[in-house]
Design a protein around this ligand. Structure first.
Ligand code: GLA
Length: 392
């Protein structure tokens, strides 16, 4: 049974009724521009063919009842109870329930109506693997409530509302990349986003290349704290650099040359973190030029540099990610390999020659297993369109 059939069947079983709609929102993989979204930088993600799906209809009451199939858990809440992060029985919301509840809260904050929903959801975006499973849940509930509430907003606005749910309700001080990619994805394209102006355009992969995602099977012991910590170091660096470079608002405003001139004014850790950000923003701006010139070789080299920088300067890698990347980089047909997403476990992204892709994937899985004793999942990935709803 595929994902859609599973949520529909579970809906029948749980509610003894037929769902009216299916919402679908993809996860994402990021090719370049890692940890720069919350520094106003440039990112280059794609929405991927791993999605969260919700079978749903109006509940007909102010109460929402949501069954999370993957968690084998259910919750009920309403717009009042979620203000205290509680379910309708006034008990604390389960962690997973904070994503739909946070979305409802955030939509309400924006004055958008969220009628009670009766829903079953499931996802094949692996959790905690750096592929934005949480953003895909947020965006799927976002479009579901758009359907039920009878209002329409542009996908970028939905992404911003999802970001608000994540930062203010769930408590991860992240940037907009994940919600953006899940809401605005374009089939067969990467998305090049300026995280300050929110201008973006779709870009093609180099000819005859394909993305391969490799899951180390190590799950980040997130790390909300390690992530928020990195964010805080970036802010600290900006505060100090403002004393030397007037007018800067974010690390996005610091050039590589300026950074080299003033980095010795920063505490050691903030200096390392900021170096990654400043150089990564420059790499991403260059990378998009390579992409538009169909230059897989130079683009891939920048992906490799990005991994080294995430490992040594930003310190968000882990031994298993490093093994997965170095094995990939040694295999024929691989242009570039690096960890993708927040880090501390999860997946790598590989840009691979289409003709070698299957052999590459097989060999990468074998060598990784041999070196770590862990069983990875390696798959060829397609870019897909962003979140949407269809009537069943
Ligand atoms: C997580 C966050 C994103 C982004 C990435 C790292 O996925 O949700 O906003 O910061 O990490 O690039």
């Amino acid at each position: 049974m595929d994902l859609q059939q599973r949520v529909i069947a579970a809906y029948h079983k749980r509610f003894d009724a037929t769902p009216e709609f299916i919402a679908r929102a993809p996860g994402r993989v990021n090719l370049l521009g890692e940890h720069v979204d919350y520094n106003d930088g440039f990112v280059l993600p794609a929405a991927i063919d791993r999605v969260s799906m919700i079978a749903f209809r109006k509940s007909g009451s102010p109460n929402s009842t949501i069954l999370a199939l993957d968690m084998a858990d259910e919750t009920s809440f309403d717009r009042q109870s979620i203000l205290d992060r509680q379910n309708s029985n006034r008990a604390a919301l389960a962690h997973w329930a904070r994503y739909p509840a946070g979305m409802m809260w955030s939509l309400n904050t924006e004055g958008l109506d969220t009628p009670g929903i009766q829903a079953v959801f499931a996802s094949d975006v692996p959790r905690g693997a750096g592929l934005s499973s949480s953003a895909s849940v947020e965006m799927a509930f976002g479009v579901a409530w758009e359907e039920l509430g009878g209002w329409t907003i542009p996908p970028m606005r939905l992404a911003k509302i999802g970001l608000q749910a994540e930062t203010q309700y769930v408590g991860l001080n992240c940037g907009i990349m994940d919600q953006f990619a899940s809401a605005c994805g374009v089939k067969d394209r990467l998305l090049y986003l300026d995280c300050r102006s929110l201008d973006w355009r779709a870009v093609s992969l180099p000819e005859n290349t394909i993305l391969v995602i490799a899951d180390t099977s190590v799950r980040r012991s997130l790390t909300g704290s390690a992530y928020n910590d990195r964010h805080a170091s970036c802010e600290e660096a900006v505060r100090i650099l403002q004393g030397f470079i007037p007018g800067i608002r974010a690390l996005r405003d610091v050039s590589v040359e300026q950074f080299q001139r003033f980095s010795n004014r920063l505490p050691e850790i903030a200096a390392r973190r900021a170096q990654h950000i400043v150089e990564e923003i420059a790499r991403t701006e260059l990378a998009v030029v390579f992409l538009e010139n169909n230059d897989a070789v130079h683009f891939g080299e920048l992906m490799n540099c990005c991994h080294t920088s995430l490992r040594d300067l930003y310190e968000v890698s882990c031994p298993e990610l490093d093994v997965m990347v170095s094995v990939a980089q040694s295999l024929p047909g691989c242009y570039g390999a690096r960890l993708t997403g927040g880090g501390f476990g999860g997946c790598t992204v590989n840009l691979v020659d289409r003709r070698s892709a299957k052999t590459f994937a097989r060999q990468l899985a074998l060598d990784y297993k041999h070196k770590t004793g862990l069983k990875p999942e390696v798959y060829l990935c397609q870019a897909v369109d962003g979140a949407g709803v269809k009537k069943i």
